[in-house]
Design a protein around this ligand. Structure first.
Ligand code: M6R
Length: 621
């Protein structure tokens, strides 16, 4: 979950390494923000220059301002999400060897750290922190003492470690070298001109280069200002795949908005439009070029299982309704961590769709591996190029949401749903379960969505106002049916993670099977009302649900389609969204809920980009 940056470049020692690393950490801070630290390698000298501070990156920046570090030729930096040891100055990374000549930063968990720690202590090494990472620093130092080659030293230690790790190491003896190792944890290389970069993801260096290398599992990389060499853990050379990042550095800036989340909500029309872009040929047929999977394999699929976590799993639940309806293939949606450990029934006719913004979520990655081991074809819907999940999948369908920085997912959710719709329509085309004109009609409807999403954002004044007036609310419930059900759960998740308020999403039909007992005078309940133009019974059943809770004192906050006057007698507040085909409605109906959660959290004085206890990329199980 931590963010890692490495830089080597200037032949002459100067301030650029620190500047690059701090800039990279700022862009990676969403990966963890318990503490942060840097280590700089001076061109000459016997000790590294380091600084580390508990709390957000701003604390480290203030420390560096107060006590500037000397010029350097290489640097590493880390922003932490604590696993072993509290988020204190001492436990912050980097961790140093006893002589201060070597520094290590780490993302992941070293599962055998206790036995390694005991081994070091028995050898007389004094450990100063509670972290699993510090043992690596001392082990690499010991290996280096025998073989003074930093790459070989890190490689030999990597072979001894169990668990998950990305490690970066620097040594005073090698002022123009940064070495990295990865096992089940992300690391990408940025290729510069006379300088090179390492990062947990490409956001670390997109301000400087878009040329990058993907690293594989169990690989070690050594960067100098002009070279990048990659080997496996045994030292055999490996060819890394080069790719170009299509994100614009400006896309990872706030662009005048008060928060990344607000900016990313406003990015949503583009995220959907860009995800739809270039997916059809001149005859209007869907061509998913980046899918890289044999059509014959897709034709024989008899079951789809969507695996994902959090918001991505709710995108999968929306997809289930659409794909089953369009393709007549059974679709199961499962939280990746549950799928992996329940011995799922999967075979060569199963298509597993892994949905992930980051492409690094460990639970999802483990589920992908498990599914492939069982013979399934795995198709990834992912936003981040160079990430692990697409590399380990059989096929990939990229969303084009651009970098998502706020911890709470917004535009990635809409882009995931859009990509899943494209997949559903593609399968329907391939398998002939929908006529070409039906598919074309649905694609046309999808292409109208960016404008409709924009209209919701532009007209969100009322939802913002209501949210601000509810800053003291203790609990909010969310009800939805059909595709409105995952939207309800997503609305509840946004409120929980941003405003720290008890919130739950229910299937409206489940209400009378228990949750209605929660309704008392003043209980706030959002209800996502399906279109009255869709299946009529669905609309009228939800209207009945609103009446049932209102009769018991609930304060009803209704999201309904423009022109739906049936809701008016029973709604305390109505938030209208543009008319949309039923299956596509989540793309508009979730937007007021995102804005509600953001605005309410802001009214409570909370940091909506970096909510407490969370990290954007959950790279440990
Ligand atoms: O990167 P992923 O899409 O795999 O992340 C999955 C979840 O961790 C993520 O959606 C999480 O639930 C968000 N914080 C929700 O806003």
């Amino acid at each position: 979950m931590c963010g890692i940056v490495g830089y080597v470049g200037a032949q002459q020692a100067n301030g650029r390494p620190l500047e690059v690393v701090m800039g990279g950490l700022k862009r990676l801070e969403y990966r963890g923000y318990d503490s942060a630290g840097v280590a700089l390698v001076p061109q000459e000298g016997r000790a590294l220059a380091t600084a580390k501070k508990a709390g957000k990156l701003a604390n480290l920046a203030a420390e560096l301002e107060a006590t500037p570090l000397p010029a350097a030729t290489a640097a590493i930096g880390h922003t932490r999400w604590a696993t072993h040891g509290a988020p204190t100055d001492v436990n912050a990374h980097p961790h140093l060897s006893e002589d201060g000549a070597l520094a290590v930063i780490h993302n992941g968990i070293i599962e055998n750290f206790a036995e390694l720690r005991a081994e070091l202590e028995a050898a007389g090494v004094t450990l100063t922190s509670e972290t699993d990472t510090e043992v690596v620093a001392h082990l690499v130092a010991a290996a280096y003492a025998t073989t003074p080659d930093l790459t070989e030293a890190l490689r030999s230690v990597a072979r001894r470690l169990h668990g998950t790790f990305t490690l970066l190491a620097v040594h005073v003896d090698a002022p123009d070298v940064v070495v990295g190792a990865r096992h089940d944890s992300p690391l990408v290389v940025g290729l510069g001109d006379g300088e090179n970069y390492l990062g947990s993801d490409v956001a670390a260096f997109i301000a400087h280069t878009r040329e990058a290398l993907e690293l594989g599992q169990d690989q070690v990389v050594t960067i100098t200002p002009t070279t990048v060499s990659v080997t496996d853990f045994d030292g055999n050379p490996v060819e890394a795949r080069r790719f170009t990042v299509d994100w614009d550095a400006a896309a990872a800036e706030k662009g005048g908005f008060g928060s990344f989340m607000d900016k990313e909500i406003h990015d949503q029309p583009h995220a959907v439009a860009d995800t739809l872009l270039g997916r059809t040929d001149t005859t209007g047929r869907l061509v998913l070029d980046d899918l890289r999977v044999d059509e014959a394999v897709l034709r024989q699929v008899d079951k789809i299982i969507v695996i994902a976590c959090g918001t991505a799993a709710y995108a999968g639940q929306v997809a289930k309704y659409a794909i089953e309806h369009w393709c007549r293939i059974p679709v199961e949606v499962e939280l990746a961590h549950e799928f992996r450990y329940r011995d799922p029934i999967v075979n060569s006719k199963t298509l597993v769709v892994a949905v992930s913004q980051s492409g690094e979520t460990m639970d999802t990655l483990m589920a992908v591996r498990h599914a492939r081991e069982q013979g399934a074809t795995v198709l990834a819907i992912v936003n981040t190029h160079g990430s692990t999940i697409p590399r380990e999948s059989d096929a990939v369908l990229y969303t084009h949401a651009g970098p998502e920085v706020a911890v709470a997912s917004t535009k990635a959710f809409l882009a995931q749903i859009t990509a899943a719709y494209l997949l559903g329509l593609y399968l329907a085309q391939l398998r002939g379960t929908k006529f070409p004109d039906e598919i074309a009609e649905m694609l046309d409807a999808l292409r109208e969505l960016p404008e409709k999403i924009q209209a919701v954002i532009d007209g969100a004044g009322h939802v913002r106002e209501v949210a601000r007036s509810m800053a003291d609310v203790a609990s909010v419930l969310f009800l939805g049916r059909h595709v409105g059900y995952p939207v309800a759960m997503e609305g509840a998740l946004k409120l929980k993670e941003l405003a720290y308020i008890h919130a739950e999403g229910f299937a409206a039909g489940e209400l009378k099977h228990g949750p209605i007992a929660l309704i008392e005078e003043g209980q706030a309940v959002f209800i996502i009302v399906p279109s009255p133009r869709g299946r009529d019974s669905l609309h009228s059943k939800v209207i009945s649900n609103i009446q049932e809770i209102r009769a018991r004192g609930a304060r009803t906050l209704v999201i309904a389609e423009e022109g739906d006057s049936d809701v008016l007698p029973f709604a305390d507040e109505v938030f209208y969204v543009p008319q949309t085909p039923v299956l596509l409605a989540p793309l508009v109906s979730v937007v007021p809920l995102q804005i509600f959660a953001m605005e309410l959290a802001t009214a409570k004085g909370l940091d909506v980009d970096q909510p407490r206890n969370l990290a954007k990329s959950v790279t440990v199980e």
